[in-house]
Design a protein around this ligand. Structure first.
Ligand SMILES: [Zn+2]
Length: 72
C-alpha cells in the first residue's frame, strides 16, 4: 500500500498515512486529529530542503566514494 502525505482542510493537521488507493478514492482516510475526511495531498517540497541540509561534504564519511559528498 502506498503512503500518503495528507493535510486536513478542517484543522490543518498534516500527517503521513498508509492506505489503499480505494480508501483514498472513497475518502475513507480520516484525519487523526479531528476525524474529518476532507483531506488534500501535501506535495513534498520540504523534502529537498531536508536533504540539502544533511548533504554537507564534511559530514559524509563516504565523500571520497560518493563523489558529491552526499550518500543519502
Ligand atoms: Zn483534522
Amino acid at each position: 500500500m502506498p503512503f500518503y502525505d495528507l493535510s486536513c482542510k478542517k484543522c490543518g493537521e498534516t500527517f503521513n498515512i498508509k492506505a489503499s488507493i480505494a480508501q483514498r478514492e472513497n475518502r475513507e482516510i480520516l484525519c487523526p486529529s479531528c476525524g474529518c475526511n476532507d483531506l488534500e495531498a501535501v506535495f513534498k517540497t520540504v523534502n529537498y530542503v531536508v536533504k540539502s541540509k544533511g548533504c554537507e561534504a564534511v559530514s559524509c564519511p563516504q565523500a571520497h566514494r560518493c563523489g558529491a559528498g552526499c550518500c543519502h
